[in-house]
Design a binder for this molecule. Structure first.
Ligand code: NAP
Length: 292
């Protein structure tokens, strides 16, 4: 069994990005610049945004954080996004989700200029992904594809089961795994799927992205499978200083012995997500997806 080490792989990816930034700046280009909008002070969102800002520093990016109280209006937020869209120094913009109920996440996502949408959530980027055209691939699915490529996991002709059909993970993952060059045969499962256990037992690759702690059990996985655990759930713990720990969607202890490859939680998919956001921002700065 090989553990897919997201910590180490993301460190490699970040080193590669930092080298490219250095070259870019040496050649007279500007530092890539990522802007983030954070509304409110939800603990998990604060942690995510802080790690994104820290990661920017690590690779030599500029970053700008725009913070708002939960009382901010939708109009104010949309107007800020417009300003950032037209700011030529900013290459990428992310709006940390979730937003307060009175603000439409759909409107906010659609307001972001697709050429700065480094989260890859804009319909134009999602549409391009489905068509196999150049686009920003959302960070978590991109990170998973990097792990699969860098560990040389065979995909062609294999059966892949994706559990969860969200727009940010499951659905784009199912598109990527079926694209030409990857060539798995994909089954996309969700809460209404029947006979999930039997479907999983057929799979060479299982990507669990449903947000249910230790849902995937050993009796759902065949010998020699690859298991990618996307789930991150905070559960109370008296063994940690913070009072909580992170658990995934896979019963790691019992599933791992059956696998050829498996991602741990934490230290698997999670670290790859932030590295992929930086990767997209660099691509944006280099105008590799959209030319203008
Ligand atoms: P989400 O929007 O809540 O979607 C969950 C999906 O799982 C839905 O499609 C749902 O089906 C399906 N589902 C729920 N219960 C199921 C069951 N019993 N059997 C089969 N399918 C079931 O979640 P998400 O945003 O994709 O996130 C999923 C997990 O990944 C969460 O733990 C989240 O924290 C984590 N995550 C991690 C990263 C990272 O960087 N590692 C990034 C993003 C998300 P329906 O569509 O039928 O409701």
């Amino acid at each position: 069994m090989i553990r897919l080490d997201g910590k180490q792989t993301s460190a490699t990816l970040k080193r590669e990005i930092a080298e490219q930034v250095e070259q870019l700046v040496k050649a007279g280009g500007k530092q890539p610049h990522l802007a983030a909008i954070l509304v409110g002070n939800d603990g998990a969102s604060e942690t995510y945004v802080a790690s994104k800002v820290r990661a920017c520093k690590e690779v030599g990016f500029k970053s700008s954080l725009f913070r708002y109280e939960t009382t901010v209006t939708e109009a104010e937020l949309l107007s800020k996004i417009e300003d950032i869209n037209s700011d030529r120094d900013i290459d990428g913009l992310i709006v940390q989700l979730p937003l307060p109920k009175h603000i439409s996440e759909e409107k906010v996502t659609e307001k972001i200029d697709p050429s700065k949408d480094v989260d890859g959530f804009h319909p134009q980027n999602m549409g391009r992904l489905a068509l196999g055209s150049p686009c920003f691939v959302s960070a978590t699915p991109h990170g998973i594809m990097e792990l699969i490529a860098r560990y040389n996991i065979q995909t062609s002709g294999k059966k892949c089961v994706v559990i969860g059909r969200s727009n940010i993970v499951g659905r784009p993952m199912s598109i990527l795994m079926s694209q030409k060059g990857i060539d798995t045969t994909v089954t996309l499962c969700h809460s209404r799927t029947q006979d999930l256990k039997e479907i999983c037992l057929e799979a060479d690759i299982i990507i669990a992205a449903l947000g249910k702690v230790e849902f995937l059990k050993a009796d759902m996985v065949k010998e020699g499978a690859t298991v990618i655990d996307v789930g991150i759930t905070r559960v109370p713990s008296d063994k940690t200083k913070s009072g909580w720990k992170l658990l995934g969607d896979v019963d790691f202890e019992n599933v791992a012995p059956k696998c050829n490859f498996i991602t741990p939680v934490p230290g698997g998919v999670g670290p790859m997500t932030i590295a992929s956001l930086l990767f997209n921002t660099l691509k944006s700065a280099k105008k590799e997806v959209y030319n203008s």
